[in-house]
Design a protein around this ligand. Structure first.
Ligand SMILES: [Zn+2]
Ligand SMILES: [Zn+2]
Length: 177
């Protein structure tokens, strides 16, 4: 018993052989973006794996990942149903009929449990599509933090008109704006 207690320590930086440089403490942006990436690993649509975390005052209010509605069959290679839509700029976008986007699932979960998400921020592993952005504006999200850019040129105007902030938290490098 005592042996076990001694071998486990909650604190880094203990002196003596084998001690290493204490790991740098995660900043809030890295913390929430890492959580978003972890959540994305629950995604079921084979098109993309996206995670989202809604945060206010450094507390997580809701989370979501992309996938089929609760209780319905998950996407996989055989039932992922892709449809194409054409953006006014001429680019063709592909989406899956079965899938709800991660941001919308995070909003739906908050609604389900009656959690107010007004004036909160969202961390998403990729920047939102224009459809999700419209909903993020309407639920009162202040800042969207994203890791990987996804067709940002298509949401430029909506960002400018709405005043919602879009900030990159690229885990591979540092915080950029
Ligand atoms: Zn799918
Ligand atoms: Zn979307």
């Amino acid at each position: 018993m005592h042996e076990e207690m001694k071998s486990g320590s909650c604190c880094s930086g203990e002196k003596g052989e084998g001690s290493s440089v204490p790991e740098k403490r995660l900043g809030w942006h890295e913390y929430f973006m890492n959580v978003a990436h972890l959540i994305s690993r629950r995604a079921t649509c084979s098109r993309a794996h996206i995670g989202a975390v809604i945060v206010r005052e450094n507390s997580i209010l809701s989370t979501g990942y992309n996938g089929a509605p609760s209780g319905l069959p998950h996407c996989n290679d055989s039932n992922c149903i892709i449809y194409e839509s054409k953006h006014p700029d001429g680019t063709v976008e592909e989406n899956c009929v079965n899938t709800i986007h991660a941001e919308i699932n995070a909003i739906a979960l908050a609604a389900k449990h009656g959690v107010s998400i007004k004036d909160s921020d969202i961390y998403i592993t990729a920047s939102p599509c224009i459809h999700c952005l419209k909903v993020l504006i309407n639920v009162g999200i202040k800042t969207i933090y994203y890791d990987k850019p996804y067709k940002i040129e298509q949401i430029d105007e909506l960002l400018r008109l709405s005043g919602i902030r879009l900030v990159q938290v690229n885990l591979a490098s540092n915080l950029k704006e």
